[in-house]
Design a binder for this molecule. Structure first.
Ligand code: ATP
Ligand code: MG
Length: 351
């Protein structure tokens, strides 16, 4: 809520890779909002692979404690993970989502200026369950007579499916098209995905006041959803999905709008919100000064909007949209020639 906050305490966790380039840009954009939000107070916090290599811990307890006890919200960059399993290391972002119970990952994907020849406009929101599915990371490998055998547990619960379903209906209901697509693969995974799909479907019947009566619901198997996303993205409005499908679908949707460097997200729970660009640590461009800061600035906007600071959020979104539409100051991922700093400067000028 926005009630009488004098200052807004924001945890800043750039973590690894281009997170260290784009999160400072988002911070600068927030600072430029002046009195449209309470005075921001930034608290720098550690997490990630680099933190692990220096301290042996990927997610220091202090980071969790400060987020829980002192911060109103946070901005997270990205983590670079080793390609092979390293003993003692596991992704701090997955752990943070669990620790703070940030059960909903909300990822709006839209095209600002459809390019010439692009036949359809993308304007959708991927609502990704954020705490379970294969991300419970219960994997094991055993040796059998016939060689190695590896297994992973995929957890789907009624509780988590219901609360992500409620968020998805809430988001769909607030949009003009009011259309929700439930993504699953219950033709193969009839028990796990069957539970997800049934539970989400039941959400409207749980509210006595019929508040979701205006929402139309469609279902789509994940494979055909990807196909249709590329053929006719305009049919999708809000998509709700278990964790892994949501992850893959949102990267795919990002390709449709030009770059991962444009797509923001928030990790939201009942008591906390953390903005995070959808992209990863982008090892191929790190240190070159050309990472696109717009996804992070949009993530800051989403975070502020979630907290009720609509005016500040609108200003950030309008400034980013202008920069994208004008297309004179863009980073190479959007076929531009500008640096991270130049794009930030363009956003600040429009603020
Ligand atoms: P990770 O394992 O950390 O996710 P990755 O190799 O999958 O790393 P991503 O960060 O997911 O890399 O990015 C995928 C591709 O998109 C890379 O080529 C990367 O350079 C590009 N990309 C991602 N984010 C941005 C950005 N903000 N600006 C410019 N290019 C980006
Ligand atoms: Mg990636």
């Amino acid at each position: 809520s926005t009630t009488a906050r004098k200052s807004l305490k924001i945890g800043i966790i750039p973590a690894d890779g281009i997170g260290k380039e784009v999160i400072p840009a988002a911070k600068a954009a927030i600072e430029a909002l002046g009195s449209d939000i309470p005075q921001p107070e930034f608290i720098d916090l550690l997490a990630g692979w680099e933190t692990f290599t220096k301290t042996g811990v990927a997610l220091p307890q202090e980071t969790i404690d400060v987020l829980r006890n002192e911060c109103d919200c946070a901005l997270f960059g990205s983590v670079s993970s080793p390609s092979k399993k390293v003993v003692g290391y596991s992704s701090p972002i997955v752990a943070l989502r669990k620790e703070l119970d940030l059960y909903a990952n909300i990822r709006p994907v839209f095209s600002v200026s459809p390019e010439a020849g692009q036949k359809s406009t993308v304007d959708l929101v991927v609502v990704r369950e954020n705490t379970e599915c294969l991300y419970v990371k219960q994997e094991q490998q055993i040796q059998t007579e016939n060689g190695k055998e590896a297994r992973a547990t995929r957890l789907i619960t009624e509780r988590a499916s219901k609360r992500i379903g409620q968020i998805a209906f809430e988001i769909a209901n607030a949009r003009s098209r009011k259309h929700l697509t439930i993504i699953h693969k219950s033709n193969v995974l009839s028990i796990t995905d069957g539970l997800f799909r049934e539970t989400v479907r039941k959400v409207p019947s749980l509210s006595a006041d019929g508040k979701y009566d205006g929402v139309t619901v469609m279902e789509q198997l994940v494979d055909s959803a990807v196909y249709r996303l590329f053929r006719e993205p305009e049919i999708f409005d809000v998509m709700v999905a278990p964790n892994l499908y949501g992850d893959i679908l949102s990267d795919a949707a990002a390709a449709l709008v030009g770059s991962l460097g444009l797509v923001p997200s928030i990790n939201a729970g009942d008591n906390f919100v953390m903005g995070e660009p959808v992209h990863g640590s982008a090892p191929d461009i790190v240190g070159k000064g050309i990472s696109n800061p717009l996804a992070s600035i949009r993530s800051a906007a989403l975070m502020l909007r979630h907290l009720g600071y609509t005016k500040g959020a609108d200003r950030l979104d309008v400034a980013v949209d202008q920069v994208v539409r004008e297309a004179t100051t863009l980073t190479p991922d959007l076929n531009g020639k500008s640096t991270t700093q130049e794009v930030l400067t363009a956003v600040l000028a429009r603020l």
